[in-house]
Each structure stands twice: as structure tokens, then as C-alpha cells.
Design a protein around this ligand. Structure first.
Ligand code: F0G
Length: 431
């Protein structure tokens, strides 16, 4: 269908066939062709100055949703929402560390740290909108497949809303901090013998057959929330866009969200040019980088393997939406090896910032692009850190304690007798 009367404030549209659905239609995909859905908004009818004032005025006004770094951009997110399920979330810092400038070769490298969200990853920005929508449509239960962060976030927001949550994660391949969160927040947690791609197929079947509301990033309301990473970053830069935004890429929901945010910010005149997007995959899970290298002639599927378990994904669901982002921003897609990811993570951690392995892919990617000359000297670059350092303690302990021989930068703990001389000796050897 197409709306023929005056348009509502927001509606859903199929990115493949253009079919339009009302805002409150619960379909996970286009009922006509199975394509992915996208939210469209009527232009807010405010001047640029009015809009920017609203965003900043709401900041810090708490408690409650107005102060949320997602809902203070509500005109871009879901203007018709009244009651929202908000922690609150967002309002994450933009960081700078000279040690990382030196390490990456990029002067003034900025880090947008999404690990500062309530459950420790950027997923909370999408989940506040997704669970708000679940409540609005009266969903009886919510579900997702996940490599761990989406499930941790869904579990927390579903608990807040009082809706049962079902999460499907790959058995043996979820970082312990993430699994612990999903259990703690009370989600029904299924450890699936298979990878993320199997979990996603299964949960889509379950949502079709069993009538639970699907909250993976194919859900377009999730994307609306994740757009605010870019809006907030632009606001922090005084609406002066950087030259590059670099982010890790797995299922490609975030790459899709960044493109949509920039497209709308340009259309609504918040900015007058778009930054280039660099999407960074792990070399062992890089179907999108492979497609990019072939000019997006075709879509690839791979058997994924990487230490960055968050992005261990072989068949990304938002491929088509992400292609649009890369094309519209004159972007690039690249792959970095696990060694590069671990080295970048060690550098981010040692700078005192800290992040989870998948997040370090963005910093590894930024350094690689600067080395290749794709990122020019003097360019203004923001790398997005998507998750908190405590998400994956198992990997950290392996790196610093277990590995033999110790990798560069390994920080071995030393066990001592309860004796001052031993403390003194340890102090000397670390000076
Ligand atoms: N970084 C982290 C820390 C993630 O958890 C994810 C995805 C990504 C990057 C990639 O984002 O999928 O939008 O391209 N995690 C999902 C999950 C798959 O289930 O938590 P993407």
C-alpha cells in the first residue's frame, strides 16, 4: 500500500519494493516481498536552529527520557512515542588520547565510546526504541539472536518493561560478561549449537510461528535508535562533520544506521556534507569487505572465525542497507586480521580507555587506512568503540596471563609472599 492522505509523523517502508506499512505494524519483514523495512519520518517542520536548541536543551534534564541521548533526538527517532522504556542511555563521551594518536599515526584521533551505555554497548540505543515499540504494539514476548551484546541489552530493557525475553546465542562463542548479563537480567537464554547465522535463522522462524516480537537489527526501530550515535557525535563536534567515521561491522545494522542518520541530517540541513564511512570487518568474517572489493557485484556468505566474537558473522542481514551507506558516503570496507585487532585492543586498553575486541577493529582499521594513505594526513577521524572492556574478560586473561610465549604488551600478574621485600622487588622491575 501507499499512504494517499496526509502522511502520519512516521511510517514503515520496504527498502526492496517500496510497500508502506503503518508505524505500529508488527511485521518483522515486508509482508509482500520479504524485504527489510525502514522507518520514514515526515520532516519535523522546525528550523535548524530550533531543532539544535531542542536537542541540547533536553540534555541533562533528568531523570527520565528527555535526558536520554537517544530520546533527546526524538524528532529523528520516533516522534509519536509518548511513554518510552528508557534507562536512560546514550550521552556517551568523545575521547582523545595522545598515546593513540602516536600508535595509529592519526593526529587528533577521537573515540566515540559506546561502551559507556547502561549495559556496556551501543545496542542500548537501539533497544530503548525497539522495546518501546514492543510495548506500544502489545507484544507478548520479545526475542533476538545475538553474539552477546544485543541479548544483554534486550534482557535488560525487557526486564524494565516487564516483558518476557527469549535470546538465542551460539553455544561456546559468547564472551562471559555478556552471557552473565543475559542471565542476570532474567532472559530465557538458549545456547544454540551453531553460529550466529544459525541463531538468526532460528529466531526469525520462531518469531513468525510463535508470535514473539523480533528485536534483531533487522527491526527498523532498532536502527532509528542507533542513528543517535552519529547525531550525538556531530553535536559534540559542533555540527562540523569529521572527514571519516570508522566503525566495526558484523551484521551491518550499525553501518546501515550511520548511513541513514547522515542522509537525514543532510536532508534536514543539520549538516552540509557527509563524512566518509569506513566499515571494518575481521579478516575471518569479512563477507562485506569481499563484496566491496568486487564493487558490490554480489553478496557473499562465509564460515566466520575471529577472536572478536561480537562480529563473528558470515551472512550479514543488513547487507543491502549497508551497501547504500557505503555508496552514499563514498565509504570503504576493509578487513583487519585478528593480530591487528588484538594489537589495537592492547593499545586502547593501555591508554586507559579500554574496549572489547570487536570495538578495537575500528582503531585497527583507522590505523590501516592511514598507513595506506586512504585517510589523508590531517584528516579528522572518529573511531567508534562499540563495547566495554569488561565484556570479554576471558579473552583478556588469555592474552595477559595464559599465552605462552606472552604476546607484546602482555601484563603478567605476579604472585608473591606477603612480604614487603617482594613488593619492593616488583616495584623496581616495573619502573
Ligand atoms: N561491535 C560490537 C561490540 C558488537 O556487539 C557488534 C554486533 C558489532 C560491533 C557489529 O555491529 O552487527 O551492527 O554490524 N553485535 C551483535 C550482537 C551482532 O548480537 O550483539 P553490527
Amino acid at each position: 500500500m501507499k499512504f494517499e492522505t496526509e502522511r502520519p509523523s512516521s511510517w514503515q517502508a520496504c527498502v526492496a519494493c517500496g510497500n508502506e506499512l503503518t508505524e505500529n505494524d508488527p511485521s518483522a519483514r515486508c509482508p509482500r516481498c520479504g524485504g527489510l523495512l525502514e522507518i520514514a519520518h515526515r520532516a519535523p517542520g522546525l528550523s535548524r536552529t530550533e531543532m539544535l536548541l531542542r536537542f541540547t536543551d533536553r540534555r541533562g534534564r533528568g531523570p527520565g527520557a528527555a535526558a536520554s541521548g537517544v530520546w533527546r533526538f526524538r524528532e529523528f527517532v520516533l516522534p509519536s512515542a509518548v511513554e518510552v522504556v528508557s534507562h536512560p542511555e546514550g550521552n556517551t563521551p568523545l575521547l582523545h588520547r595522545e598515546a593513540l594518536d602516536r600508535w595509529s599515526g592519526i593526529g587528533g584521533l577521537l573515540l566515540k565510546h559506546e561502551g559507556h551505555n547502561p549495559t556496556g554497548s551501543f545496542k542500548d540505543r537501539g533497544m530503548t526504541v525497539g522495546v518501546t515499540q514492543a510495548v506500544r504494539i502489545g507484544a507478548r514476548a520479545v526475542a533476538c539472536a545475538s553474539t552477546g551484546n544485543t541479548s544483554a541489552s534486550l534482557a535488560a530493557y525487557a526486564a524494565q518493561a516487564g516483558i518476557p525475553a527469549l535470546v538465542l546465542v551460539p553455544a561456546g562463542n559468547v564472551a562471559s560478561g555478556k552471557l552473565a548479563q543475559s542471565l542476570a537480567y532474567g532472559a530465557r537464554t538458549l545456547l544454540v549449537r551453531g553460529g550466529f547465522d544459525d541463531c538468526l535463522r532460528l529466531v526469525q522462524e520462531a518469531s513468525d510461528r510463535l508470535g514473539v516480537y523480533l528485536l534483531n537489527s533487522i527491526n527498523p526501530f532498532r536502527i532509528e535508535g542507533q542513528k543517535t550515535i552519529v547525531l550525538e557525535m556531530l553535536e559534540q563536534l559542533g555540527w562540523e562533520p569529521p572527514d571519516w567515521i570508522v566503525l566495526p561491522a558484523g551484521n551491518l545494522g550499525n553501518t546501515a544506521a550511520f548511513g541513514k542518520a547522515l542522509r537525514e541530517a543532510l536532508a534536514w540541513r543539520l549538516i552540509d556534507r557527509v563524512p566518509r564511512i569506513a566499515a571494518v570487518q575481521a579478516a575471518g568474517a569479512a563477507p562485506f569487505a569481499r563484496s566491496f572489493a568486487e564493487g558490490f557485484a554480489r553478496r557473499h556468505r562465509v564460515e566466520p572465525e575471529t577472536v572478536a566474537s561480537a562480529i563473528r558473522i558470515g551472512d550479514p542481514a543488513s547487507h543491502d542497507r549497508a551497501v547504500r551507506t557505503i555508496r552514499e558516503t563514498n565509504g570503504v570496507v576493509l578487513a583487519v586480521t585478528d593480530e591487528q585487532i588484538l594489537e589495537a585492543k592492547a593499545a586502547v586498553d593501555a591508554s586507559g580507555v579500554g574496549c572489547e575486541p570487536a570495538s578495537a577493529a575500528s582503531v585497527a582499521g583507522a590505523r590501516e587506512l592511514s598507513r595506506r594513505g586512504t585517510i589523508a594526513p590531517g584528516a579528522r577521524v572518529v573511531a567508534v568503540l562499540t563495547g566495554h572492556v569488561l565484556k570479554d574478560p576471558g579473552m583478556l586473561l588469555d592474552y595477559h596471563v595464559e599465552r605462552d610465549p606472552p604476546p607484546p604488551g602482555a601484563n603478567r600478574p605476579v604472585e608473591i609472599r606477603a612480604d614487603l621485600r617482594e613488593v619492593e622487588r616488583a616495584l623496581k622491575s616495573s619502573e
